[in-house]
Design a protein around this ligand. Structure first.
Ligand SMILES: NC(=O)c1ccc[n+]([C@@H]2O[C@H](COP(=O)([O-])OP(=O)(O)OC[C@H]3O[C@@H](n4cnc5c(N)ncnc54)[C@H](OP(=O)(O)O)[C@@H]3O)[C@@H](O)[C@H]2O)c1
Length: 334
């Protein structure tokens, strides 16, 4: 049943960032309007803090929105009310907001930008659906043609992205070699079926795949030396894809690997993929991911949840090295 506007909250809490650093962030109480025709009012229940959000706060991301802006690429919410003409979404439904700007308690969106989710979906995992599982799936399926038994090597192998790569690769029969930078991070990729887990803090000799195996694809979230070390594990003619800026250093391959072994180095950005992919294929991707979510195929570990009102502590925690999972923001009292 659609709530009468008088029953709806009249204000909401919204984060405003300046884009000059992690602490350039404020929470403000702002007026909240009822959804108009074709619109949906969501109460945000969980919002992710991802590395991309931190880059955005620091002014280092691929997009630089004018300040002040509301960060938060991902979230999940409960529909509080729908405007006239909205079908397929009703008050009480669990749903994912597609646009960014989710570090807030409520938001009004046009209905096509709200994806309904299974009623019993795990809130934490639903909040983390849009970025990492989608990136993992597209990178595994669209960058090179992989067959069962092929090897893929990735660094940041314990990251949320890495966990989703491992889970999805298991459904494809593809072997994943997961590189982590500390011993204590090795158990997680191992538990998710990594064919090899290599601990490499970048100081010793570059690691190698077991039994002389070579990867067809390398997934690089780190850059700098780490990219070159991945290249050494890739077969002649293989592809190294940089998709993250974790070290801040420019990715590079050795001239030998580029010239004499025919390796390719390219980038991948999901935002760019969304911008260049027909809407029906994007819908199909989310339909598959929603199904994977319901079946527990995708997922990532969560370290801690902070109330939206505790935003500064949450961001500080998300920026720490050696976390044991994602930091999430909570709203709606859940
Ligand atoms: N291009 C795209 O479209 C796209 C989409 C989604 C994600 N990403 C990128 O994917 C990467 C992983 O994201 P996530 O959300 O999965 O991360 P996450 O779960 O928050 O985990 C962060 C990971 O980065 C590692 N790390 C941090 N700084 C590092 C450094 N200097 N050198 C090596 N490893 C470092 C951490 O290792 P410890 O645990 O040892 O600290 C951890 O494995 C990020 O770079 C993110 O921006 C890109």
């Amino acid at each position: 049943m659609t709530k009468h506007p008088a029953d709806l909250p009249q204000t909401c809490l919204v984060a405003h960032a300046g884009g000059t650093g992690l602490t350039d962030l404020q929470l403000a109480q702002t007026p909240l309007r009822a959804p108009g025709e074709g619109e949906v009012l969501l109460e945000l229940l969980r919002m992710t803090i991802n590395p991309a959000d931190l880059l955005l706060l620091e002014g280092r991301y691929g997009q630089k929105p004018p300040a002040p802006f509301t960060p938060g690429a991902e979230g999940v919410g409960r529909v509080l009310a729908v405007g006239a003409g909205v079908s397929g979404l009703a008050p009480g439904d669990l749903a994912m907001p597609v646009p960014t700007g989710n570090w807030r308690s409520h938001r009004v969106l046009k209905a096509p930008f709200v994806v309904p989710l299974p009623a019993d979906a795990d809130l934490d995992q639903a909040a983390m659906l849009k970025a990492n599982p989608a990136t993992a799936l597209v990178m595994l399926e669209e960058l090179v043609s992989l067959s069962p038994g092929d090897w893929v090597v990735m660094n940041a192998g314990n990251s949320a992205l890495g966990q989703n790569v491992l889970r999805l690769a298991a459904t494809m029969g593809v072997n994943i070699a997961a590189i982590v930078r500390r011993d204590s991070a090795a158990a997680l990729p191992r538990s998710l079926g990594a064919a090899a887990v290599l601990v490499d803090d970048g100081t010793g000799p570059a690691p190698a795949l077991p039994d002389g195996a070579q990867a067809r694809l390398a997934l690089d979230a780190v850059g700098g030396d780490a990219t070159e070390r991945l290249g050494a594990m890739v077969a002649d003619g293989g592809t190294v894809v940089t998709y993250g800026l974790l070290s801040g250093a420019a990715p590079r391959l050795s001239a030998h690997d580029l010239v004499f072994r025919g390796l390719s180095l390219r980038g991948f950005w999901l935002a760019d993929w969304f911008a260049n992919t027909p809407p029906e294929r994007i819908r199909a991707l989310f339909a598959r991911l929603t199904d994977h979510l319901a079946k527990g195929v995708i997922g990532a570990r969560v370290e801690a949840r902070f109330a939206l009102t505790d935003l500064h502590a949450a961001v500080e925690s998300a920026a720490r090295e050696g976390r044991e999972g994602k930091i999430l923001l909570t709203g709606g009292g859940v």
